[in-house]
Write a protein that binds this ligand. Sequence first.
Ligand SMILES: Cc1cc2nc3c(=O)[nH]c(=O)nc-3n(C[C@H](O)[C@H](O)[C@H](O)COP(=O)(O)O)c2cc1C
Length: 416
Amino acid sequence: MPTPAWLQNPWKQNPWFESVAVAQRRARKRLPAPVYGALVAGSERGQTVADNQAAFAELGFAPHVAGHRAQRCMATTVMGQEVSLPVLISPTGVQAVHPDGEVAVARAAAARGTVMGLSNFASKPVEEVVAACPSTFFQMYWTGDRDVMVQRMERARAAGAKGLIATLDWSFSMGRDWGSPEIPEKVDLATMVRMAPQVIGKPMWLASFLRSGGIPDLTAPNLAPPGGPAPTFFGAYYEWMTTPPPSWEDVEWMRRQWGGPFMLKGVCRVDDAKRAVDAGVTAISVSNHGGNNLDGTPAAIRMVKPIADAVGGQVEVVMDGGIRRGSDVVKALALGARAVLIGRAYLWGLAANGQAGVENVLDVLRSGIDSALLGLGVSDIRELAPGHLIVPDGFHRVLGVQAPLMTEKVELPGPA
Ligand SMILES: Cc1cc2nc3c(=O)[nH]c(=O)nc-3n(C[C@H](O)[C@H](O)[C@H](O)COP(=O)(O)O)c2cc1C
Protein backbone atom coordinates (compact mmCIF):
# COMPACT_ATOMS: atom_id res chain seq x y z
CA MET A 1 0.00 0.00 0.00
CA PRO A 2 1.47 3.44 -0.86
CA THR A 3 2.38 5.65 2.09
CA PRO A 4 -0.35 8.26 2.62
CA ALA A 5 0.81 11.80 1.85
CA TRP A 6 0.36 12.92 5.49
CA LEU A 7 2.80 10.20 6.64
CA GLN A 8 5.54 11.08 4.14
CA ASN A 9 8.59 12.97 5.32
CA PRO A 10 7.63 16.63 4.86
CA TRP A 11 11.32 17.69 4.73
CA LYS A 12 12.19 15.36 1.87
CA GLN A 13 12.94 17.38 -1.23
CA ASN A 14 10.91 16.69 -4.35
CA PRO A 15 13.62 15.17 -6.58
CA TRP A 16 12.09 16.69 -9.73
CA PHE A 17 13.61 19.97 -10.88
CA GLU A 18 12.12 22.52 -13.24
CA SER A 19 15.26 23.85 -14.91
CA VAL A 20 18.89 23.00 -15.56
CA ALA A 21 19.85 25.87 -13.26
CA VAL A 22 18.09 24.14 -10.36
CA ALA A 23 19.84 20.86 -11.24
CA GLN A 24 23.16 22.72 -11.14
CA ARG A 25 22.45 24.11 -7.69
CA ARG A 26 21.57 20.63 -6.43
CA ALA A 27 24.73 19.18 -8.00
CA ARG A 28 26.83 21.82 -6.26
CA LYS A 29 25.25 20.96 -2.93
CA ARG A 30 25.60 17.23 -3.37
CA LEU A 31 29.07 16.78 -4.89
CA PRO A 32 32.43 17.12 -3.15
CA ALA A 33 34.03 20.43 -4.22
CA PRO A 34 36.74 18.85 -6.46
CA VAL A 35 34.14 16.80 -8.37
CA TYR A 36 31.83 19.79 -8.86
CA GLY A 37 34.86 21.89 -9.84
CA ALA A 38 35.77 19.37 -12.55
CA LEU A 39 32.31 19.74 -14.08
CA VAL A 40 32.32 23.51 -14.14
CA ALA A 41 35.88 23.58 -15.48
CA GLY A 42 36.62 26.05 -18.34
CA SER A 43 40.25 26.84 -19.15
CA GLU A 44 42.32 29.87 -18.13
CA ARG A 45 40.23 33.02 -17.45
CA GLY A 46 37.02 31.26 -18.51
CA GLN A 47 36.23 33.66 -21.37
CA THR A 48 35.02 30.93 -23.73
CA VAL A 49 33.00 28.96 -21.21
CA ALA A 50 31.23 32.20 -20.22
CA ASP A 51 30.59 33.25 -23.82
CA ASN A 52 29.12 29.82 -24.65
CA GLN A 53 26.13 30.66 -22.45
CA ALA A 54 26.10 34.47 -22.73
CA ALA A 55 25.85 34.34 -26.53
CA PHE A 56 22.53 32.46 -26.35
CA ALA A 57 21.12 35.32 -24.27
CA GLU A 58 21.95 37.77 -27.09
CA LEU A 59 19.54 35.95 -29.40
CA GLY A 60 15.84 36.72 -29.12
CA PHE A 61 12.42 35.60 -30.31
CA ALA A 62 9.34 37.39 -31.69
CA PRO A 63 6.44 35.11 -30.71
CA HIS A 64 3.01 35.10 -32.37
CA VAL A 65 -0.16 35.71 -30.39
CA ALA A 66 -2.40 33.33 -32.38
CA GLY A 67 -2.16 30.98 -35.33
CA HIS A 68 -0.04 28.50 -33.40
CA ARG A 69 0.27 24.85 -34.46
CA ALA A 70 -1.42 22.14 -32.45
CA GLN A 71 1.01 19.45 -33.59
CA ARG A 72 4.74 19.99 -33.18
CA CYS A 73 7.42 17.54 -34.23
CA MET A 74 10.99 17.52 -32.97
CA ALA A 75 12.17 14.07 -34.08
CA THR A 76 15.15 13.80 -36.41
CA THR A 77 18.11 11.57 -37.19
CA VAL A 78 21.81 12.03 -36.48
CA MET A 79 24.33 9.81 -38.27
CA GLY A 80 21.55 7.35 -39.07
CA GLN A 81 20.18 7.12 -35.52
CA GLU A 82 16.61 8.22 -34.89
CA VAL A 83 16.17 10.61 -32.00
CA SER A 84 12.88 11.76 -30.50
CA LEU A 85 14.31 15.20 -29.75
CA PRO A 86 17.28 17.05 -31.31
CA VAL A 87 19.41 16.72 -28.17
CA LEU A 88 22.16 14.10 -27.84
CA ILE A 89 24.40 13.21 -24.92
CA SER A 90 27.89 14.66 -25.47
CA PRO A 91 30.79 12.48 -24.33
CA THR A 92 32.32 13.61 -21.03
CA GLY A 93 35.31 11.98 -19.42
CA VAL A 94 34.39 12.76 -15.88
CA GLN A 95 34.49 10.45 -12.91
CA ALA A 96 32.93 10.17 -9.49
CA VAL A 97 29.70 12.03 -10.20
CA HIS A 98 27.43 9.04 -9.55
CA PRO A 99 28.15 5.34 -8.90
CA ASP A 100 26.14 4.28 -11.97
CA GLY A 101 28.02 6.87 -14.06
CA GLU A 102 27.63 6.58 -17.82
CA VAL A 103 25.39 3.51 -17.52
CA ALA A 104 22.76 5.68 -15.77
CA VAL A 105 23.18 8.33 -18.47
CA ALA A 106 22.83 5.70 -21.21
CA ARG A 107 19.65 4.30 -19.63
CA ALA A 108 18.21 7.81 -19.51
CA ALA A 109 19.17 8.45 -23.14
CA ALA A 110 17.47 5.20 -24.20
CA ALA A 111 14.38 5.94 -22.09
CA ARG A 112 14.01 9.36 -23.69
CA GLY A 113 14.82 8.22 -27.23
CA THR A 114 18.17 9.79 -27.91
CA VAL A 115 21.83 8.95 -28.56
CA MET A 116 24.45 8.36 -25.89
CA GLY A 117 27.95 9.74 -26.58
CA LEU A 118 30.49 7.77 -24.52
CA SER A 119 33.94 9.22 -23.80
CA ASN A 120 37.01 7.05 -24.02
CA PHE A 121 37.90 8.56 -20.63
CA ALA A 122 34.58 7.39 -19.13
CA SER A 123 34.29 5.37 -15.93
CA LYS A 124 32.16 2.55 -17.40
CA PRO A 125 33.05 0.02 -20.11
CA VAL A 126 31.57 0.50 -23.58
CA GLU A 127 29.97 -2.99 -23.45
CA GLU A 128 27.83 -2.04 -20.42
CA VAL A 129 26.91 1.33 -21.89
CA VAL A 130 25.83 -0.06 -25.29
CA ALA A 131 23.77 -2.71 -23.49
CA ALA A 132 21.96 0.14 -21.71
CA CYS A 133 21.58 2.28 -24.86
CA PRO A 134 22.01 0.59 -28.26
CA SER A 135 22.23 4.04 -29.95
CA THR A 136 25.69 4.82 -28.60
CA PHE A 137 28.47 6.73 -30.35
CA PHE A 138 31.93 5.99 -28.96
CA GLN A 139 34.28 8.97 -28.65
CA MET A 140 38.03 8.83 -29.06
CA TYR A 141 40.84 11.30 -28.66
CA TRP A 142 43.99 10.97 -30.75
CA THR A 143 45.90 8.98 -28.15
CA GLY A 144 48.22 5.99 -28.34
CA ASP A 145 49.76 4.55 -31.48
CA ARG A 146 47.77 3.41 -34.50
CA ASP A 147 47.63 -0.25 -33.41
CA VAL A 148 46.24 0.79 -30.04
CA MET A 149 43.66 3.06 -31.69
CA VAL A 150 42.55 0.28 -34.04
CA GLN A 151 42.19 -2.10 -31.12
CA ARG A 152 40.02 0.45 -29.24
CA MET A 153 37.87 1.03 -32.32
CA GLU A 154 37.44 -2.73 -32.80
CA ARG A 155 36.37 -3.12 -29.21
CA ALA A 156 33.75 -0.35 -29.56
CA ARG A 157 32.51 -1.82 -32.84
CA ALA A 158 32.27 -5.31 -31.33
CA ALA A 159 30.32 -3.86 -28.40
CA GLY A 160 27.79 -2.47 -30.89
CA ALA A 161 28.61 1.26 -30.99
CA LYS A 162 26.76 2.83 -33.92
CA GLY A 163 29.14 5.67 -34.63
CA LEU A 164 32.54 7.14 -33.76
CA ILE A 165 33.14 10.66 -32.50
CA ALA A 166 36.72 11.87 -33.01
CA THR A 167 37.42 14.77 -30.66
CA LEU A 168 40.60 16.53 -31.71
CA ASP A 169 40.21 20.03 -30.25
CA TRP A 170 42.54 19.78 -27.30
CA SER A 171 45.62 21.92 -26.65
CA PHE A 172 46.63 20.75 -23.17
CA SER A 173 46.09 24.27 -21.86
CA MET A 174 46.89 24.18 -18.16
CA GLY A 175 45.77 26.45 -15.40
CA ARG A 176 42.47 28.02 -14.44
CA ASP A 177 42.29 31.39 -12.73
CA TRP A 178 39.84 29.99 -10.16
CA GLY A 179 42.02 26.92 -9.53
CA SER A 180 41.84 23.38 -10.86
CA PRO A 181 40.19 20.70 -8.75
CA GLU A 182 42.49 18.15 -7.17
CA ILE A 183 42.14 14.74 -8.83
CA PRO A 184 44.04 12.01 -6.94
CA GLU A 185 46.22 9.60 -8.93
CA LYS A 186 44.61 6.68 -7.13
CA VAL A 187 42.15 6.32 -4.29
CA ASP A 188 44.03 4.66 -1.42
CA LEU A 189 43.78 5.06 2.34
CA ALA A 190 46.13 8.04 2.45
CA THR A 191 44.09 9.84 -0.22
CA MET A 192 40.87 9.05 1.61
CA VAL A 193 42.19 10.51 4.85
CA ARG A 194 43.51 13.63 3.08
CA MET A 195 40.27 14.23 1.16
CA ALA A 196 37.96 13.25 4.00
CA PRO A 197 37.07 16.86 4.95
CA GLN A 198 35.77 17.49 1.41
CA VAL A 199 33.73 14.28 1.41
CA ILE A 200 32.42 14.20 4.97
CA GLY A 201 30.12 17.15 4.30
CA LYS A 202 28.57 15.34 1.33
CA PRO A 203 26.85 12.39 3.02
CA MET A 204 24.38 11.66 0.20
CA TRP A 205 27.17 11.43 -2.37
CA LEU A 206 29.28 9.25 -0.07
CA ALA A 207 26.35 6.99 0.84
CA SER A 208 25.44 6.44 -2.82
CA PHE A 209 28.97 5.21 -3.58
CA LEU A 210 29.23 3.09 -0.42
CA ARG A 211 25.86 1.46 -1.20
CA SER A 212 27.09 0.53 -4.65
CA GLY A 213 30.25 -1.14 -3.42
CA GLY A 214 32.86 1.53 -2.73
CA ILE A 215 34.44 4.83 -3.60
CA PRO A 216 35.28 5.62 -7.25
CA ASP A 217 38.54 4.11 -8.54
CA LEU A 218 39.26 6.83 -11.15
CA THR A 219 40.27 4.54 -13.99
CA ALA A 220 39.47 4.59 -17.71
CA PRO A 221 38.29 1.05 -18.60
CA ASN A 222 37.85 1.79 -22.31
CA LEU A 223 41.56 2.49 -22.63
CA ALA A 224 42.62 -0.86 -21.14
CA PRO A 225 44.74 -3.15 -23.33
CA PRO A 226 43.03 -6.47 -24.20
CA GLY A 227 42.95 -8.55 -21.01
CA GLY A 228 44.92 -5.90 -19.13
CA PRO A 229 44.05 -3.50 -16.31
CA ALA A 230 42.37 -0.17 -16.93
CA PRO A 231 44.84 2.73 -16.78
CA THR A 232 44.40 5.42 -14.16
CA PHE A 233 42.98 8.73 -15.35
CA PHE A 234 46.48 10.24 -15.12
CA GLY A 235 48.09 7.31 -16.92
CA ALA A 236 45.60 7.78 -19.75
CA TYR A 237 46.20 11.53 -19.81
CA TYR A 238 49.96 10.97 -20.04
CA GLU A 239 49.53 8.68 -23.06
CA TRP A 240 47.40 11.37 -24.72
CA MET A 241 49.89 14.19 -23.97
CA THR A 242 52.77 12.22 -25.41
CA THR A 243 51.01 11.19 -28.63
CA PRO A 244 52.09 13.32 -31.63
CA PRO A 245 49.09 15.45 -32.75
CA PRO A 246 47.06 14.24 -35.74
CA SER A 247 47.19 15.53 -39.33
CA TRP A 248 44.23 15.71 -41.74
CA GLU A 249 45.53 12.45 -43.26
CA ASP A 250 45.23 10.91 -39.80
CA VAL A 251 41.60 12.08 -39.60
CA GLU A 252 40.90 10.33 -42.89
CA TRP A 253 42.77 7.24 -41.70
CA MET A 254 40.69 7.10 -38.53
CA ARG A 255 37.48 7.51 -40.50
CA ARG A 256 38.47 4.64 -42.84
CA GLN A 257 39.49 2.38 -39.97
CA TRP A 258 36.15 2.92 -38.30
CA GLY A 259 34.30 2.35 -41.54
CA GLY A 260 30.92 3.63 -40.29
CA PRO A 261 29.23 6.90 -39.29
CA PHE A 262 31.98 9.28 -38.16
CA MET A 263 31.73 12.67 -36.43
CA LEU A 264 34.56 15.16 -36.11
CA LYS A 265 33.94 17.14 -32.94
CA GLY A 266 35.50 20.50 -32.18
CA VAL A 267 35.25 22.31 -35.51
CA CYS A 268 35.36 26.12 -35.19
CA ARG A 269 36.54 27.30 -38.61
CA VAL A 270 35.00 27.22 -42.06
CA ASP A 271 38.27 26.06 -43.62
CA ASP A 272 38.49 23.14 -41.17
CA ALA A 273 34.84 22.27 -41.86
CA LYS A 274 35.66 22.04 -45.58
CA ARG A 275 38.68 19.84 -44.88
CA ALA A 276 36.48 17.61 -42.74
CA VAL A 277 34.17 17.22 -45.74
CA ASP A 278 37.19 16.27 -47.87
CA ALA A 279 38.21 13.72 -45.21
CA GLY A 280 34.83 12.04 -45.73
CA VAL A 281 33.24 12.60 -42.31
CA THR A 282 29.51 12.04 -41.81
CA ALA A 283 29.01 14.86 -39.33
CA ILE A 284 30.83 17.68 -37.58
CA SER A 285 30.14 19.20 -34.20
CA VAL A 286 30.77 22.93 -34.02
CA SER A 287 32.29 23.03 -30.57
CA ASN A 288 34.99 24.52 -28.36
CA HIS A 289 34.99 21.59 -25.93
CA GLY A 290 32.67 23.41 -23.56
CA GLY A 291 35.26 26.16 -23.09
CA ASN A 292 37.93 23.68 -22.08
CA ASN A 293 40.24 24.09 -25.07
CA LEU A 294 41.85 27.43 -26.10
CA ASP A 295 40.35 30.18 -24.01
CA GLY A 296 39.34 33.08 -26.26
CA THR A 297 37.65 30.85 -28.84
CA PRO A 298 34.20 32.34 -29.58
CA ALA A 299 31.02 30.77 -28.25
CA ALA A 300 30.08 27.73 -30.31
CA ILE A 301 26.68 29.23 -31.23
CA ARG A 302 28.44 32.22 -32.88
CA MET A 303 30.24 29.86 -35.29
CA VAL A 304 27.27 27.66 -36.27
CA LYS A 305 25.69 29.65 -39.09
CA PRO A 306 28.86 30.38 -41.09
CA ILE A 307 29.84 26.70 -40.90
CA ALA A 308 26.33 25.39 -41.64
CA ASP A 309 26.10 27.76 -44.63
CA ALA A 310 29.42 26.47 -45.95
CA VAL A 311 29.09 22.70 -45.50
CA GLY A 312 25.57 21.99 -44.23
CA GLY A 313 24.59 20.60 -47.63
CA GLN A 314 27.41 18.05 -47.54
CA VAL A 315 27.65 16.82 -43.95
CA GLU A 316 25.42 16.86 -40.88
CA VAL A 317 26.24 19.89 -38.75
CA VAL A 318 25.51 19.64 -35.03
CA MET A 319 26.79 21.88 -32.24
CA ASP A 320 27.56 21.74 -28.55
CA GLY A 321 28.43 24.27 -25.87
CA GLY A 322 26.27 26.30 -23.51
CA ILE A 323 22.91 24.56 -24.02
CA ARG A 324 20.90 25.01 -20.81
CA ARG A 325 17.28 25.26 -22.01
CA GLY A 326 15.01 24.16 -24.81
CA SER A 327 14.97 27.63 -26.35
CA ASP A 328 18.79 27.39 -26.73
CA VAL A 329 18.25 24.24 -28.78
CA VAL A 330 15.72 26.03 -31.01
CA LYS A 331 18.16 28.93 -31.51
CA ALA A 332 20.91 26.53 -32.59
CA LEU A 333 18.58 24.75 -35.01
CA ALA A 334 17.34 28.07 -36.46
CA LEU A 335 20.97 28.97 -37.23
CA GLY A 336 21.51 25.73 -39.13
CA ALA A 337 22.37 22.96 -36.65
CA ARG A 338 20.62 19.65 -37.18
CA ALA A 339 20.77 18.84 -33.46
CA VAL A 340 22.78 19.74 -30.38
CA LEU A 341 24.80 17.82 -27.82
CA ILE A 342 24.73 18.58 -24.11
CA GLY A 343 27.52 18.15 -21.55
CA ARG A 344 27.23 19.88 -18.18
CA ALA A 345 23.42 19.97 -18.26
CA TYR A 346 23.13 16.17 -18.02
CA LEU A 347 26.08 15.87 -15.62
CA TRP A 348 24.23 18.14 -13.19
CA GLY A 349 21.09 16.06 -13.66
CA LEU A 350 23.11 12.91 -12.99
CA ALA A 351 24.61 14.41 -9.82
CA ALA A 352 21.22 15.65 -8.62
CA ASN A 353 19.21 12.47 -9.13
CA GLY A 354 21.03 9.73 -11.11
CA GLN A 355 19.27 8.29 -14.17
CA ALA A 356 16.01 10.06 -13.27
CA GLY A 357 17.91 13.35 -13.08
CA VAL A 358 19.27 12.91 -16.62
CA GLU A 359 15.76 12.04 -17.82
CA ASN A 360 14.53 15.14 -16.00
CA VAL A 361 17.06 17.30 -17.90
CA LEU A 362 16.01 15.81 -21.23
CA ASP A 363 12.34 16.40 -20.32
CA VAL A 364 13.07 20.02 -19.36
CA LEU A 365 14.77 20.55 -22.72
CA ARG A 366 11.99 18.78 -24.62
CA SER A 367 9.30 20.92 -23.04
CA GLY A 368 11.36 24.09 -23.64
CA ILE A 369 11.77 23.18 -27.32
CA ASP A 370 8.05 22.56 -27.56
CA SER A 371 7.21 25.93 -25.96
CA ALA A 372 9.51 27.77 -28.36
CA LEU A 373 8.02 25.97 -31.38
CA LEU A 374 4.53 26.81 -30.12
CA GLY A 375 5.34 30.50 -29.64
CA LEU A 376 7.02 30.74 -33.03
CA GLY A 377 4.09 29.05 -34.78
CA VAL A 378 6.32 26.26 -36.08
CA SER A 379 5.10 22.68 -36.46
CA ASP A 380 8.40 20.94 -37.22
CA ILE A 381 12.00 21.70 -36.27
CA ARG A 382 12.89 21.45 -39.97
CA GLU A 383 11.00 24.70 -40.59
CA LEU A 384 13.26 26.68 -38.25
CA ALA A 385 15.31 29.38 -39.99
CA PRO A 386 17.38 32.43 -38.99
CA GLY A 387 14.31 34.59 -39.60
CA HIS A 388 12.74 33.07 -36.49
CA LEU A 389 15.35 34.82 -34.36
CA ILE A 390 16.33 38.34 -33.45
CA VAL A 391 20.06 38.30 -34.15
CA PRO A 392 22.10 41.36 -33.17
CA ASP A 393 24.59 42.80 -35.67
CA GLY A 394 28.03 41.24 -35.41
CA PHE A 395 26.76 38.14 -33.63
CA HIS A 396 28.29 35.54 -35.95
CA ARG A 397 31.99 34.71 -36.04
CA VAL A 398 33.25 33.64 -39.45
CA LEU A 399 36.58 31.96 -38.77
CA GLY A 400 39.04 30.63 -41.31
CA VAL A 401 37.72 32.38 -44.39
CA GLN A 402 40.16 35.24 -44.91
CA ALA A 403 43.92 34.78 -44.91
CA PRO A 404 45.09 34.14 -41.35
CA LEU A 405 45.69 37.28 -39.35
CA MET A 406 49.25 38.55 -38.85
CA THR A 407 50.52 37.29 -42.22
CA GLU A 408 50.25 40.76 -43.76
CA LYS A 409 52.80 43.36 -42.89
CA VAL A 410 51.05 46.12 -40.98
CA GLU A 411 52.51 49.63 -41.20
CA LEU A 412 52.28 51.17 -37.78
CA PRO A 413 51.98 54.95 -37.65
CA GLY A 414 55.16 56.67 -36.55
CA PRO A 415 55.37 59.06 -33.61
CA ALA A 416 53.35 62.22 -34.16
C1 LIG B 1 33.78 17.75 -17.28
C2 LIG B 1 33.82 17.63 -18.76
C3 LIG B 1 34.47 16.55 -19.36
C4 LIG B 1 34.50 16.44 -20.75
N1 LIG B 1 35.12 15.35 -21.32
C5 LIG B 1 35.05 15.20 -22.66
C6 LIG B 1 35.56 14.02 -23.26
O1 LIG B 1 36.07 13.13 -22.61
N2 LIG B 1 35.45 13.90 -24.60
C7 LIG B 1 34.88 14.89 -25.38
O2 LIG B 1 34.79 14.73 -26.59
N3 LIG B 1 34.41 16.01 -24.83
C8 LIG B 1 34.45 16.17 -23.50
N4 LIG B 1 33.90 17.29 -22.93
C9 LIG B 1 33.24 18.27 -23.78
C10 LIG B 1 31.76 17.91 -23.98
O3 LIG B 1 31.61 16.78 -24.79
C11 LIG B 1 31.02 19.05 -24.66
O4 LIG B 1 31.72 19.46 -25.80
C12 LIG B 1 30.80 20.24 -23.73
O5 LIG B 1 30.57 19.83 -22.41
C13 LIG B 1 29.63 21.06 -24.24
O6 LIG B 1 29.43 22.18 -23.45
P1 LIG B 1 28.34 22.24 -22.27
O7 LIG B 1 28.96 21.53 -21.12
O8 LIG B 1 28.20 23.70 -22.03
O9 LIG B 1 27.10 21.58 -22.78
C14 LIG B 1 33.88 17.43 -21.55
C15 LIG B 1 33.22 18.51 -20.94
C16 LIG B 1 33.18 18.61 -19.56
C17 LIG B 1 32.45 19.77 -18.94
